[in-house]
Design a binder for this molecule. Structure first.
Ligand code: MN
Length: 285
């Protein structure tokens, strides 16, 4: 199932090139009062609500995908976790081009650990990236994004996929420079998630997905998740050996080689096999 959020917080099911509005499903979510539990309420209930969402979609009038504004499929992630240097070919290019890591020692992901991006940086594809510090190098990083479906901590890699709700395309936008990753990568709109959430039953093996990114039609990144240093199960194990994850938490799994600068006016297109394709434009903030 492909679940999107669009226009003014509508919820949709995507079938082929159509969106079926199932926003009535929101009425099934608990009416909570402060303090609310950590995590995204809708993602927490997603599995249980699927049959009703299918029924609502069957009765809805289709709208063309091209005519809706796609938002991040997760509205309220508790956190966005990033994986640094998680493709060997990206490590090789960062060793050759010192501007990528800004002269920092490149260690392994196991030594470096994960980083966090502020959840205020999250947007959907229709919102685009509002670039700051355009005089500095601002890069695209196309990544498979994992959306966690239930609470867990100390999750072993053999059980890790049980904790996944689904997948999306992630863009981990980055200003290169000396600041900590969590700061440089947390600018408003520097985390793009879309075009929708694909439930995990449609992605039997997240470790074998082609991933491509174009800028203005020119292919810049072209790889496959089989080249991940830590694949999805191990990333979940590694992350949760330090902290809990909650429904709606997003893990951006890292980017392959081909990262490069973008500037206002550019349009990125990103495609991940079995997940989808999205276009995201860059403008000056
Ligand atoms: Mn990244």
């Amino acid at each position: 199932m492909r679940i999107c959020r669009f226009d003014s917080n509508r919820v949709g099911i995507v079938r082929n090139d159509n969106v079926f509005d199932v926003t009535d499903i929101v009425q099934r979510l608990p009416d909570l009062r402060w303090p609310v539990p950590l995590g995204d309420l809708f993602i927490d209930q997603l599995e249980a609500l699927r049959p009703e969402m299918e029924r609502l979609a069957d009765r809805a009038t289709p709208r063309k995908l091209a005519n809706v504004k796609l938002l991040s499929p997760v509205a309220n992630p508790g956190k966005i976790v990033g994986a640094p240097i998680n493709y060997n070919d990206h490590i090789a290019e960062a060793m050759k081009d010192q501007t990528i890591a800004h002269g920092r020692d490149l260690k392994t992901i196991g030594e470096t650990g994960m980083f966090l991006k502020a959840n205020s940086s999250l947007v959907g594809p229709s919102e685009g990236v509002a670039q700051r510090f355009s005089e500095r190098r601002n890069d695209h990083e196309a990544e498979l994004a994992v959306i966690i479906g239930k609470h867990g901590t100390n999750i072993s890699r053999d059980r890790a996929l049980d904790y996944v709700a689904g997948y999306a395309i992630g863009l981990d936008m980055t200003v290169r420079g000396p600041e900590m990753a969590c700061f440089r990568k947390s600018i408003d709109s520097y985390s793009v998630l879309g075009p929708w959430l694909v439930t995990k039953d449609e992605v039997p093996d997240p470790g074998n997905l082609n991933l491509k990114l174009w800028v203005n039609g020119e292919l810049r990144q072209d790889s496959n998740t089989r080249y991940l240093v830590y694949g999805v199960p191990r990333l979940i194990e590694f992350t949760t050996s330090y902290y809990s994850v909650h429904p709606g938490d997003v893990i951006m799994t890292g980017t392959p080689s081909g990262v490069g600068p973008v500037k206002p006016g550019d349009v990125m297109a990103v495609e991940i096999e079995k997940v989808g394709r999205m276009e995201v434009s860059i403008r000056a903030a």
